[in-house]
Design a protein around this ligand. Sequence first.
Ligand code: EPU
Length: 422
Amino acid sequence: MEQLKIIGGTPLTGEVRISGAKNAVLPILAATLLVPGETIIDNVPRLRDVHTFIKVLNAMGAKAAFTGEHQVTVDATDITNPEAPYELVKTMRASILVLGPLLARFGQGRVSLPGGCAIGARPVDQHIKGMQALGAHINIHEGYIEARGKLRGARFIMDVTTVTGTENLLMAAVLAEGTTILDAAACEPEVSDLAHCLNAMGAKISGIGTTTLTIEGVRALKPARYATLPDRIETGTHLIAAAITGGEITTRHTRADLLEAVLEKLEAAGALVERGPDYIRLDQRGRPLHAVSIRTAPFPAFPTDMQAQIMALNTVAQGTATVIETIFENRFMHVPELARMGADIAIEGHTATVRGVAKLSGAPVMATDLRASACLVLAALAAEGETTIDRIYHLDRGYDAIEKKLGAVGANIRRVRAEESL
Ligand code: EPU
């Protein structure tokens, strides 16, 4: 098992190249199942979840592999086994995204039901109801969702705004007969990126970026080459790394419009933020950090995937902040770990009240999920002394070479095997 060892206290300075977005590339990989022939995806981050998704595709008979440092090619001409098995789904919930495309192209698909996870129960009822609205017959059998049927366009109003639910239904609808209207759809940038990719393959989706998506079914799609949009969460995480250490970082190959809600909070916290055409620069040198309250909500509001990181910032800011989590019911697992480093945080229901302290101190801590891990890295960068973060496999699911990127801007961070630390 690997760990990260971080000695805090150094202001970070320099440039970081932002990778493609995890949560955009996963649905785009699923979308390759809609098309016979070779789809090429560029700007693909090298993440554990991407490797797992490639395994899911290959287990079905596709030929998927990295064909460049940041390029994946998928040939989904022959799909012999339209199924995502439990062994893979249990390691990555996003595998559920194959159900929509399998049903659309082959009239059948079988995917293990994902269970709950560290951040909440995370049901998939909206995925299922939406597919039923399109005419699919769904059976839950031995822990698997089995879907069958020829899909017809329909109107579906989601009860809950769901990102992967919207993506799954978009992919189901592109080959359905007639027109589908998805209402109360998620409008996260990653949903739009998938929709643009599907249109590049010949789909007819309009209303992209809004909560009403209209999909005119087409008979077939054609292979395309598509570059994934930048990762807004990786961008925000690195900007907070500069803010929390009183440093200055330029994130490159990214876009400010993907994370305005986060940038505005960082400005309210006292940072100087410069928005360029393909970069964002944050300067916190000589500027005190002020506590900032946030409430997570669907895009364009403050993202739940940045909640843990802004919490880390608040632990060492001047004043008191409230952090309200409205998307997931159990996304405060980082709080007891931050407390081990000296943070002052009280939780009541979905609200955490964070009172800034003068200093955090390094401690052994445990990562519990992806963004909680990122929060602990940030706290460790600001803390006095050494922090050891255990279970960093969570971090590797969503951050491409984080210790290399942070090391290059001056962080004292290294990856070790657990034995070395004994
Ligand atoms: N929900 C339902 N029924 C459904 C689907 C969702 O009740 O059928 C609920 C969930 O339980 C949750 C809320 O709706 O309370 C929103 O969940 P959503 O479905 O939008 O989340 P997701 O699609 O499973 C994606 C990202 C998450 C991110 C959320 C919210 C991917 C692969 N994952 O998950 O990313 O937090 O949207 O923006 O796109 C991460 O990257 O660390 C991560 C967890």
